[in-house]
Design a protein around this ligand. Structure first.
Ligand SMILES: [Zn+2]
Length: 136
C-alpha cells in the first residue's frame, strides 16, 4: 500500500472503483488531503502515503444542480454537497437517497459506491456518492 501508487486523481478514482475512498496522508505534518497531489499542500513534503478515509461525515454546504454538462443532464436535478468526513477531509459529492427539501447543513451522511450507470467518457461521473446514514 502507499508508495507504489501514484498520487493522482486518476488513482483516486481507481480506488473509488474498488469501493475505497482513499486520500493522501503526509508523513511529515500528518495532513490528509483529497484530491491527492504528489506534494503536501501544507508543508511541501513528498513523504506521502495512501490512507483510507472515514466513510461518514457531515454536510457543510450543498446546492441543487438543475443545469449540468450534457452527459449529466439526465440526472438533474441533483444535490451536490461538500461533506466534512470524520477525519477532517472535505470532499465534494452527489447526495442521494434524501429529498432535496430535507437536506440540512450539519446532517450526517455516509459514503456509498456506484458501479452502474457510469458515463464512460471523461469527465467521469464520480463513482461515489453520499446518502443519509441508516442508523439514526
Ligand atoms: Zn505535510
Amino acid at each position: 500500500m502507499g508508495e507504489t501508487y501514484p498520487f493522482t486523481i486518476e488513482q483516486f478514482y481507481r480506488f473509488v472503483g474498488e469501493g475505497k475512498l482513499m486520500g493522501a496522508k503526509c508523513g511529515r505534518c500528518g495532513g490528509i488531503f483529497v484530491p491527492p497531489r504528489p506534494l503536501c499542500p501544507k508543508c511541501q513534503s513528498r513523504d506521502l502515503g495512501w490512507v483510507q478515509l472515514k466513510n461518514r461525515g457531515k454536510l457543510l454546504t450543498y446546492t441543487v444542480i438543475h443545469v449540468a454538462p450534457e452527459e449529466f443532464q439526465q440526472m438533474t436535478p441533483y444535490a451536490l454537497g461538500i461533506i466534512e468526513l470524520e477525519d477532517g477531509v472535505r470532499l465534494p459529492g452527489i447526495i442521494r437517497g434524501v429529498k432535496h427539501e430535507d437536506l440540512r447543513v450539519g446532517m450526517t451522511l455516509e459514503v456509498d459506491f456506484d458501479t452502474a450507470n457510469i458515463p464512460s467518457k471523461w469527465p467521469q461521473w464520480p463513482r461515489y456518492f453520499f446518502r443519509p446514514t441508516q442508523t439514526i
